[in-house]
Write a protein that binds this ligand. Structure first.
Ligand SMILES: [Zn+2]
Length: 491
């Protein structure tokens, strides 16, 4: 009989800030878990290191090349429109709040997430013997049908706008929109600052009433706090997340009693780094026909998709790619704050080309997933060109990068994603791309890039899983296999 398992995702938890919160006594529950289990302080995010892409990697154990969630803001080629999952309120408003919410709540799970991958909920639901449960998390697709909740005035309002059923884990508590049981917990439709409390309240209720074998508990407020006040302010928001973890364990009789029949995995989806300057893509692409947020115009050539510290550019008429892609690439390379520009080359078997403007001109590295080099996760590559550009070191057929962790695999997966743009960009430390609503986080924190600053998160577990040193490089895509293993389901 396997232990029950809680997977808690603390959005944007920065390993150094977790360490500080623990050292100053602000995160006693996390500290106690770290003392009782395994700790990894360099679990690598997906690229772009933004929440929807990382959430899909956590929930499916795959990268964007397989799960098809390319970004926070992207161009939907089949529907010829932008998708915006809520980079900021202004960005959502640019595309229509209702459309943005529908994309985030329903379409991300039911339409955009590839049907060729299964979520951890679907895998466990299929066993028939594992009771799955989830609090408000971007990724929730499961095998159980849920009707929208109707028991408060607020949800009646939401019901009128979004009155559609969905498919999730057995127990689903999503903002106030879906609640598979009556609980005392209210989310005020997921307002920042109350979302952790809603998750903690639901988790406490579920533990108290023994309603799950696997629970995904999402604690998103740390990300919001860190965007606003900068990553060094995370100590307060991590302390708040810690209190919700303690609250969940309380009905069991505290941490040690809880761990007797529960295992726990805690992860960040990505990190955050300080933002000091913005990059204005809209100005940079002024000379192009940029598709507007809402309506097409004659002469539209490209779609421009800022994603915090990453960006994607799409060529609308794919027959024009050969002509337009080099212009896009040149424009991005000339932009202050752009670190790396990535695209697929013309090699018939597929080859990634990464370029970057450096002091002595543009540098270039090309790579493909076949060859004699082995990366820190055991994947094979061939690489040629200016390997410094990606901080790569090559020694005895081993390829590594400390500056851009898991670089080759993450760039490859992003470029192979069928919904990605033709050209991808990653910002230099300190820079962020201004979004469709004109918003940025200068003075605060952000993420999205390939750089280690945004990419390394914490991963800790107790009561399940292997030793932390069993892998040289941990990644988000290791989490779903660890969950499945706990329940004896083959990954
Ligand atoms: Zn964020």
């Amino acid at each position: 009989m396997s232990k029950k398992l809680v997977l808690a995702v603390i959005d944007a938890m920065k390993p150094a800030m977790l360490e500080r919160a623990v050292a100053t006594g602000r995160a006693p529950t996390l500290q106690a878990l770290m003392e009782r289990g395994e700790v990894v302080d360099s679990c690598v995010a997906a690229f772009p290191s933004v929440t929807p892409v990382c959430a899909a990697s956590i929930a499916t154990g795959t990268g964007p090349g397989e799960h098809d969630i390319p970004a926070m803001n992207w161009w939907h080629r089949e529907e010829e429109r932008y998708v915006e999952y809520g980079t900021s309120f202004g960005a959502s408003r640019a595309f229509g709040i209702r459309q943005s919410l529908t994309d985030t709540i329903y379409n991300m799970n039911l339409e955009h997430l590839s049907r060729d991958v299964e979520t951890v909920f679907e895998r466990l639901d299929d066993t028939g013997g594992v009771r799955t449960a989830g609090t408000t998390y971007l990724m929730y697709r499961g095998r159980h049908r849920h009707e929208p909740a109707v028991d408060t005035a607020l949800t009646r309002l939401a019901h009128a706008v979004f009155g559609l059923p969905t498919w999730g884990p057995k127990e689903l508590f999503y903002a106030d929109l879906f609640a598979s049981r009556r609980t005392p917990c209210r989310s005020q439709l997921g307002l920042p600052g109350v979302r952790d409390q809603h998750g903690g309240c639901v988790a406490e209720f579920l533990v108290q009433n023994d309603l799950f074998d696997f629970l995904l508990l999402s604690l998103p407020d740390n990300d919001t706090h860190s965007h606003k006040y900068g990553p060094f302010a995370q100590i307060d928001s991590l302390a708040a997340a810690d209190r919700q973890l303690a609250r969940m364990m309380e009905p069991a009789g505290g941490i040690d009693a809880f761990l007797e029949n529960h295992a726990i995995i805690i992860c960040s989806d990505h990190s955050q780094s300080k933002v000091e300057q913005e990059i204005d893509l809209f100005k940079a692409f002024d000379g192009f026909g940029v598709r507007a947020a809402q309506r097409p115009r004659p002469g539209d050539e490209i779609a421009v998709c800022p994603n915090s510290r990453a960006a994607q550019v799409y060529v609308l008429d794919r027959d024009q790619r050969r002509k337009v892609v080099p212009r896009i690439e040149r424009t991005l390379l000339a932009l202050d704050g752009v670190d790396l520009v990535m695209r697929m080359g013309d090699h018939p078997d597929g080859e990634a080309i990464v370029r970057g403007e450096r002091s002595r001109g543009v540098k270039e590295v090309r790579f493909a997933p076949r060859g004699d080099l082995t990366d820190a996760r055991g994947e094979h590559w061939s690489v040629e060109g200016d390997i410094d550009l990606l901080g790569l070191t090559i020694e005895d057929d081993r390829v590594r990068s400390a500056t851009y962790p898991d670089a080759l695999s993450r760039v490859w997966s992003a470029l192979r994603c069928r919904s990605s743009g033709e050209v991808l960009a990653s910002a230099r430390p300190g820079y962020e791309f201004r979004d469709w609503g004109g918003a940025h986080h200068v003075g605060g924190g952000s993420h999205g890039s390939l750089h280690a600053n945004d990419s390394f998160g914490s991963l800790l577990w107790a009561g399940t899983g292997p030793a932390a040193d069993s892998k040289e490089q941990w990644a988000l895509r290791d989490i779903t296999p660890m969950v499945l293993e706990n329940f004896g389901v083959s990954a």
